[in-house]
Design a binder for this molecule. Structure first.
Ligand SMILES: Nc1ncnc2c1ncn2[C@@H]1O[C@H](COP(=O)(O)OP(=O)(O)OP(=O)(O)O)[C@@H](O)[C@H]1O
Ligand SMILES: [Mg+2]
Length: 297
């Protein structure tokens, strides 16, 4: 089964709370706004910090929920929501904040953050403290799937977030989250497969995967199929309705087709899918859905 690709022109699906064209448009504008000051924005900016395994992302939406800023640092200070290098995570976050403040000319006084589903409260607290130690008031720790839902607005179906380290899955029924899980397996594992197969370093594999992914799809197919099987098992083997693909790992050229084919379920892929969760984190705060504390959401 071929994946449906959300495009700015033309909706590709039904059973969805929002318009996929509108979401694709948002993600296009978000992608174009990398470290770029918008010509104008409305109201106060709402910031989000995504403490990811592959990178830490700071992004902002304005009062109309329009993308206003994003920037990232490739640091391996957080692994699947667990802060493994607290000082490194704080330094990267502070750097992102300083640069945003300087370039945008606004103060980043508060921000929401998120952790993968199922992360213990102590680790969620650590995420909260990273933000606070960077000099920003942390207004809440959302879970990554609920953050992505802020962008995708799924009514019936599943959100899948395949990041660097893990694959999170949330199933929605009538907009309500009915199951939320997370298992190891993501883009980093694809790097390991490619590095092993080609006899190159993990860093070289990461570069090769991003710049010439299609050429390496043969080697990576089994790894992508394993991600698809993780999605299936996290959906208890039952087709949940459209599966919306968020996260950077499935930006690998052709990966969405492999996942759709393997699952045999309807899937929807998005441009700049790596920005869905970070911008959703920024919106979490805007929508008041974050927990306002150290996080049991
Ligand atoms: N164009 C691309 N082609 C292939 N892979 C990509 C591309 N862009 C990003 N990736 C991969 O996506 C992964 C990072 O995705 P993402 O930014 O969603 O992860 P993260 O949020 O840091 O991690 P996690 O959510 O697991 O903690 C990396 O493994 C990276 O190699
Ligand atoms: Mg992530």
């Amino acid at each position: 089964m071929a994946p449906e690709t959300a495009a700015v022109q033309g909706d590709v699906q039904d059973g969805h709370g929002g318009s996929t064209a509108r979401i694709a448009g948002f993600l296009h504008r978000a992608g174009a706004g990398h470290r770029r000051v918008p010509e104008s924005w409305s109201g106060d900016l709402q910031f989000g910090v995504d403490l990811g395994t592959a990178s830490i992302v700071l992004c902002a939406v304005d009062a109309d929920n329009e993308p206003a800023w994003w920037d990232s640092r490739s640091v391996q200070a957080v692994r699947d929501g667990v802060v493994v290098d607290f000082a490194g995570a704080v330094a990267a976050t502070r750097e992102l904040v300083d640069e945003a403040e300087e370039t945008l000319g606004v103060r980043v006084s508060h921000a929401a953050t998120a952790a993968p589903p199922g992360v213990p409260v102590s680790d969620r607290r650590a995420c909260h403290y990273v933000v606070e130690q960077a000099g920003v008031e942390c207004r809440g720790v959302n879970d990554e799937i609920s953050a992505a839902q802020e962008i995708l607005g799924v009514v019936d179906g599943a959100i899948v977030d395949v990041g660097g380290g893990s694959t999170g899955v949330g199933v929605y029924r009538n907009r309500e989250l009915v199951s939320l899980t997370d298992l190891p397996g993501g883009g980093h594992h694809l790097d390991l497969i490619l590095a092993g197969a080609l006899g190159i370093s993990i860093e070289e594999a990461e570069e090769a995967k991003r710049t010439d992914g299609a050429a390496h799809l043969g080697v990576l197919k089994a790894g992508v199929e394993r991600i698809a099987e993780s999605i299936r098992s996290q959906c208890s083997g039952v087709d949940p309705g459209p599966v919306h693909l968020a996260g950077g790992a499935l930006l690998l050229a052709g990966a969405d087709e492999i996942v759709a084919d393997r699952l045999g379920w309807r899937t929807v892929s998005y441009p700049n899918a790596h920005l869905i969760t970070p911008f959703g984190i920024a919106r979490s705060f805007a929508a008041g859905t974050a927990d306002g504390g150290t996080g049991d959401r």
